[in-house]
Design a protein around this ligand. Structure first.
Ligand code: NAD
Ligand code: MG
Length: 538
């Protein structure tokens, strides 16, 4: 399993000799990420009211080292932060432990002539170099080099600050998240998966030259996560515009979309400004739709906050709003620039929503990738308990499966329909019986569609049973609620499904585990029978 789920993002800690550029480059990196910047020397000076040189002169090196330890303790508390350290910081074991614990250590390496040249010009008094700068510098470097070399990455300090900053950004991504590439043409995009990746939002947008962004979310999610996102954006020089809509499927409609567009137009958002969709599938669909139609398309970033959105709706570029006559009737294909799937935010997700997301995960297992089914069977308890590593691995596997399917068939001409397993019945149920979540409706849909597959002789009883057992273990419904409308009404609703052609209802059926069969015309009589057979007994 990828070990990216249990941690927060690491602090980036710059170490190296005086003159290696830790403060200068660190400040630029912090500005690029929108993170707090801490310079431990500056912190020592602020806390003591004296310069480093004055502390050395008045109280000696020991006093400075004690103050430096206190500064390190304080610095690591603000997370995520970029921390520039003093040249001798690693000599102290406690400092080493504190900085390493959850920190990405970057050694800015330079040779003595370069360092000497720089320290002689910056005008900072350095007590440890006094008298014989070159001699002292060489001796200190010889002493400290083995400690510096233990850093996670070593970078050539003579490279330009821009090169260093982008190198550190890449190192940070490699360290803190799993990455799945969705290779759509004309332009693919990455999905970053891990705990804390929400804090990459500023760096991500600023790195693409974006200066303003509409952050679309729900009021409660704004308090919970939106303010943090806005802080990171602002810190990175991206001006956020807060736009909220009430939670619930009703916000996925034309009039809320029009209100979002109004807000963007009033704020003067233009083609280069982005939409950041921070929420579940409802926000993702609404945000994707608005981003797709505003000025014929503006940059879109998905920050999915439900399991369902992380494994499914944030990937693949489909975005739609509902019409009173049918779900997802009005929509666009609009690809995001990137997706940040932060599994740590799932901690506040109600259990019912987590289960609902698992329905889509089980869908992948049944119709696309048998290994996903085996994974969920083996790790269901960890997933339900919100274990970060299990969730990150689950999201990574599903994102990989979805990426594979959608890159072959972006516009759903054929094979992409494999992802609709459980959805034809599920959508009808969702429309006619709004008491169910999307995932719950899909779970029931899979039960009915597996029943149909069985009746058509495509799969055996064992597969139908295996699906049912797993859905049940996940706490999902395995039959139509007794209060759901009669089978005839549901079939009538299905006739409005986008998959209907020439009046025939077409389903994605199963021909094995991990093997969906798209575009199967199913007689209505059989469907009616299946819906009746799968009505929950209670
Ligand atoms: P949702 O977006 O309604 O979110 C469910 C609830 O959880 C909401 O009340 C929301 O406010 C809350 N919530 C979200 N994140 C939270 C967090 N981190 N902590 C606490 N509460 C949080 O529902 P959903 O299941 O994410 O999405 C369902 C929608 O997704 C449906 O409209 C469906 O059609 C759509 N969908 C789209 C695609 C696609 O490809 N575009 C694929 C699958 C589903
Ligand atoms: Mg410095």
């Amino acid at each position: 399993m990828t070990a990216v789920g249990a941690r927060l993002l690491p602090n980036v800690v710059l170490v190296g000799m005086p003159g290696s550029g830790k403060t200068h480059v660190g400040r630029i990196l912090a500005g690029r990420l929108g993170w707090t910047f801490v310079d431990t020397d500056a912190l020592v000076e602020r806390r003591s009211g004296r310069s480093v040189a004055e502390i050395f002169a008045a109280q000696g090196e020991e006093a400075f080292r004690a103050a430096e330890r206190a500064a390190v303790r304080e610095a690591v508390r603000s997370r995520p932060a970029v921390i520039a350290t003093g040249g001798g910081v690693l000599a102290d074991r406690r400092n080493r432990d504190r900085l390493r614990n959850g920190g990405l250590l970057v050694y800015l390496q330079a040779d003595p002539p370069v360092l000497l040249n720089r320290v002689s010009r910056d005008g900072i008094a350095r007590p440890l170099l006094a008298g014989d700068p070159e001699g002292h510098l060489r001796a200190l470097l010889a002493e400290r080099a083995p400690l510096y070399q233990q850093a996670d990455i070593v970078m050539d300090a003579t490279r330009s600050p821009e090169e260093l900053v982008s190198g550190m950004w890449e190192a940070l991504l490699a360290r803190c998240c799993a990455r799945v590439s969705v290779d759509h043409s004309p332009k693919g995009y990455p999905v970053y998966i891990g705990a804390g990746v929400l804090d990459l939002v500023g760096g991500l947008l600023a790195g693409q030259g974006i200066r303003r962004a509409t952050v679309l979310t729900h009021p409660r999610l704004w308090q919970r996560l939106g303010e943090r996102v806005a802080r990171r954006l602002r810190g990175a020089g991206v001006e956020p515009l807060r736009v909220t809509v009430p939670p619930g499927e009703r916000s996925k409609a034309l009039s809320p979309a029009a209100r979002v567009v109004d807000r963007m137009a009033e704020a003067g958002m233009d083609r280069g400004d982005a939409v950041v969709a921070l929420g579940g599938g409802v926000i993702g669909d609404l945000g994707g739709f608005v981003a797709g139609v505003y000025m014929r398309g503006v940059p879109l970033f998905h920050l999915p906050t439900t399991l369902l959105a992380q494994v499914d709706s944030a990937i693949g570029g489909k975005a739609a709003v509902n019409h009173p006559r049918a779900k997802n009737l009005i929509g666009v294909f609009h690809l995001p620039r990137a997706v940040l799937a932060d599994v740590a935010v799932l901690r506040t997700l109600p259990l019912r929503e987590l289960r609902s997301g698992l329905a889509e995960v089980i869908k992948y297992g049944m119709s696309v990738d048998a290994e996903i089914l085996t994974f969920v069977e083996a790790h269901l308890e960890a997933l339900l308990a919100g274990d970060g590593d299990a969730l990150a691995e689950c999201v990574r596997r599903c994102a990989t499966a979805k990426a594979r399917v959608v890159t072959q068939d972006l516009y759903e001409a054929g094979q992409r329909q494999i992802l609709n397993y459980g959805h034809t019945v599920g959508h009808a149920l969702e429309r006619r019986f709004p008491g169910l979540t999307h995932g719950e409706a899909v779970a029931v849909g899979m039960v009915v569609e597996a029943w149909v597959s069985l009746r058509l002789g495509l799969v055996g009883e064992d597969i139908v049973r295996r699906q049912e057992v797993l859905l049940q273990r996940a706490g999902l419904p395995v039959g139509l609620p007794s209060a759901a409308p009669p089978a005839e009404e549901l079939v009538q609703t299905m006739r409005l499904d986008k998959k209907v052609r020439k009046g025939e209802i077409r389903l994605t059926l199963l021909k094995g585990v991990g093997k969906g069969l798209v575009d199967q015309a199913v007689p209505e009589a059989l469907l009616l029978e299946g819906l009746r057979a799968c009505r929950a007994s209670s």
